[in-house]
Design a binder for this molecule. Structure first.
Ligand code: ADP
Ligand code: ASP
Ligand code: MG
Length: 420
């Protein structure tokens, strides 16, 4: 029988009525002849609550116990979804990650899939089960411990199952009816896209558009999964939502396809460091060891001597990281200073910044996009603190209080409300 993967996010299973609504959508696909693998998130807000419970109990928690606790939200919704489907007369059962088993690495809170053996679920389909409800976000490490895939990880579970089981499509049901030119919560001018390329979605996701977890887009691209985002609240059919697909399948040709934002960023500057080979390696080595996810990096042009004992040029180094990693970053840099691994005069930390980015494959062949972006921001008096570019994106770091304005300004400047 043809197979579909249907994933329901937190708001789509937020209470028993919504679980019933989602189950109705699954039952309709079963009626149409599909076997279905349903991936569920925890009820909206549940994972955040579990994270708070862990942090209140143990500030420097054991990552294995963190995963054991935060994975539990999905277990509840998986069981409830299976029960609701059974009430509708659909043969269904739930699976926690370890029961499948979903085998992952042991990187707790950031685990990656190693293997998803099909045997157990296939055997049940062969016996007449029509729906396997699988708890998203979780897996099992080689040490036999529960792992999680990072926040938003149920998207990745869904795509991995679609790839492993050769699903016809992977449908991600959420609280918006598709992927928009920017987060529709920030501007009502955001326009729904009918299609978006894997490359562009990958950039948007990694730059903060949380509608899909980055890793899920990577997997879909690698395994050619037909990935669709659509609303769990609307009546939907095969044409609903946004399809994430190959560039060749897209007719629209705009230079910029979308604007992404990442609110909770921090900027850290090390003033007066020596400018010689090995210094950057020492700084970022110490940060990597402490598990800090460094994003943008800028090093100033150097001019003068460090001091009498350290002749040669000095420079300043600035980088960004998620704001909740600032304590870890500070600790790592101060420890490196103490152990004489690095030298700096001052550490300046700005926790009030955000990152705004424009993304588009059209940028590959079009000049002047950066100038247009910077002019638009300047016209609103928004100062740019750090810039980073790649082939299909330009990111700027700005004061957080201007984030919404910057997104709206760029959305207007590149006329994203109009179809291309
Ligand atoms: P779920 O709980 O279903 O996984 P998420 O909250 O993780 O849902 O993702 C959906 C949210 O992503 C939307 O409510 C929207 O605010 C946000 N979002 C950010 N950027 C975009 C975008 N470009 N298009 C659509 N939604 C976006
Ligand atoms: N419940 C998890 C989270 O909130 C995973 C997910 O919903 O995708 O991050
Ligand atoms: Mg999500």
């Amino acid at each position: 029988m043809p197979l579909l993967v249907m994933k329901f996010g937190g708001t789509s299973v937020a209470d028993l009525d919504r679980i019933a609504n989602a189950a109705g959508k699954v039952a309709r696909e079963v009626e149409r002849g599909y076997d279905v693998i349903v991936i569920v998130s925890a009820m909206a807000g549940k994972t955040n609550e579990l994270v708070r419970w862990v942090e209140s109990t143990s500030p420097f928690f054991d990552a294995r116990e963190y995963d054991a606790v935060v994975a539990s939200g999905e277990n509840v919704t998986a069981g409830l979804m299976a029960l609701r489907l059974q009430e509708l007369g659909v043969p269904a059962r739930s699976w926690q990650g370890w029961q499948v088993p979903i085998l992952t690495t042991s990187a707790h809170s950031a685990a990656r899939f190693v293997d998803i053996p099909r045997d157990n679920i296939d055997a049940k389909f062969a016996e007449g089960m029509r729906v396997a409800v699988v708890a998203g976000f979780q897996g099992l490490s080689p040490e036999n411990r529960i792992t999680t895939l990072g926040r938003g990880g149920s998207d990745t579970t869904a795509v991995a199952f679609a790839a492993a089981f050769g699903a016809e499509r992977c449908d991600i049901y959420t609280d918006v009816d598709g992927i928009y030119t920017t987060d529709p919560r920030i501007t009502s001018k955001a326009r729904k896209l009918t299609r978006i390329s894997f490359e562009e979605m990958l950039e948007l996701a990694s730059l903060g558009a949380k509608v899909l977890q980055t890793r899920s887009v990577e997997l879909a691209m690698r395994y050619k999964v037909r990935l669709r985002v659509l609303s769990s609240f609307d009546d939907t059919d095969e044409t609903s939502g946004t399809l994430v697909c190959d560039e060749e399948e897209i007719m629209e040709s705009k230079v910029v396809s979308g604007v992404a934002h990442s609110r909770d960023e921090a900027k850290i500057t090390l003033f007066t460091i020596e400018d010689r080979p090995g210094i950057a390696a020492s700084i970022f080595g110490a940060l990597a060891e402490a598990g800090v996810n460094v994003d943008m990096i800028v090093q100033n042009i150097s001019e003068k001597d460090y001091d009498d004992e350290h002749p040669g040029a000095v420079t300043d180094m600035t980088f960004s990281c998620p704001v909740d990693q600032v304590p870890r970053a500070r600790k790592a840099l101060e420890a490196a200073l103490e152990r004489n691994l690095i030298k700096y005069d001052e550490l300046i930390i700005d926790t009030e910044v955000a990152k705004v980015s424009i993304v588009g494959i059209g940028m590959r062949s079009q000049a002047g996009v950066a100038a247009r972006m910077f002019e638009a921001l300047a016209a609103e008096g928004i100062n740019i603190k750090v810039i980073a570019t790649s082939e299909i994106k330009i990111s700027v770091m700005i004061d957080r209080k201007y984030m919404e304005l910057a997104v709206q300004t760029l959305h207007d400047a590149f006329e994203l409300e109009k179809a291309g």
